[in-house]
Write a protein that binds this ligand. Structure first.
Ligand SMILES: NC(=O)c1ccc[n+]([C@@H]2O[C@H](COP(=O)([O-])OP(=O)(O)OC[C@H]3O[C@@H](n4cnc5c(N)ncnc54)[C@H](OP(=O)(O)O)[C@@H]3O)[C@@H](O)[C@H]2O)c1
Length: 222
């Protein structure tokens, strides 16, 4: 069982096709991972438009590494506008209510209104495989609500705002995550938490490991 769990952990972060003995596992769904820096009291910013000038250099290094792993960045409009310069040249999908469906704004930039055009459909049509959900609140909340977050990387900075913008702002059906790793990034105590979807919560346990392994992420074709 332990081996099956480790194997699943391993498979769940691999976006490629895998051949096992007598079985070919084919990746059927794109992999979504959210990356956020929060304060001890759970805020991603102090006020709308607040730049991430409060995060540590270690978190910035981590953020850039995570961005580089993705073939698409999913952002909400305000965050995109704040970070536009740093994001140039990267494939960005921006959530907004200001377009009728989908509008290409540049070679690497697409605006999408999720009420009119399904984000997952767009991602699959274009063949994106690794989507980094970069925030802000609207993008995190959208991805959470749609059950899109496969992995969640949260950097907790040892800072308190007291008041600010939370990571999520909408009541959703209970979502369980499972802690995969904890890493202290610096002497000040910045901590990186890596969570994955909790496939072993009561709800999933009823359905069983086998079903999760083979029907959720992969299709068994031989
Ligand atoms: N600490 C971190 O890791 C982190 C990460 C990212 C961002 N941030 C910070 O978070 C702040 C921005 O967050 P925010 O909450 O103010 O804004 P935001 O989530 O970045 O953007 C809000 C905008 O998203 C669009 N939107 C919201 N709900 C939508 C929906 N259901 N469908 C389509 N579009 C929707 C709307 O754009 P339209 O008005 O165009 O319709 C809305 O004005 C900034 O200070 C930024 O620096 C922090």
């Amino acid at each position: 069982m332990q081996n099956a769990v480790s194997m699943f952990n391993y498979l769940s972060v691999l976006p490629y096709n895998i051949e096992a003995k007598g079985v070919v596992l084919v990746e059927s769904k794109p992999y979504y991972f959210a990356v956020a820096a929060i304060t001890i009291d759970g805020f991603i910013a102090r006020f709308p438009g607040h730049k991430a000038d409060w995060t540590s250099k270690e978190d910035k290094t981590h953020l850039h590494k995570m961005e580089a792993k993705a073939d698409l960045l999913l952002l909400a409009r305000k965050t995109y506008e704040i970070a536009e310069k740093e994001l140039s040249g990267k494939n960005c999908l921006v959530l907004t209510t200001k377009v009728g469906g989908i509008e290409r704004k540049g070679k690497n930039l697409v605006y999408i209104n999720p009420k009119k055009k399904d984000v997952q459909e767009f991602v699959e049509e274009k063949g994106y495989k690794k989507i980094c959900v970069l925030g802000g609140r609207a993008a995190y909340t959208y991805a959470l609500e749609k059950g899109l977050i496969d992995d969640l990387f949260i950097t907790v900075e040892p800072i308190v705002f007291g008041k600010g913008i939370p990571m999520f702002d909408k009541e959703v059906e209970l979502k369980r995550f499972r802690l995969k790793s904890v890493k202290k990034l610096n002497k000040q105590g910045t901590v990186l938490l890596h969570y994955g979807k909790n496939l072993f919560s009561k709800r999933f346990a009823k359905k069983g490991l086998r079903q999760n392994l083979f029907s959720k992420r992969f299709a068994k074709i031989a």
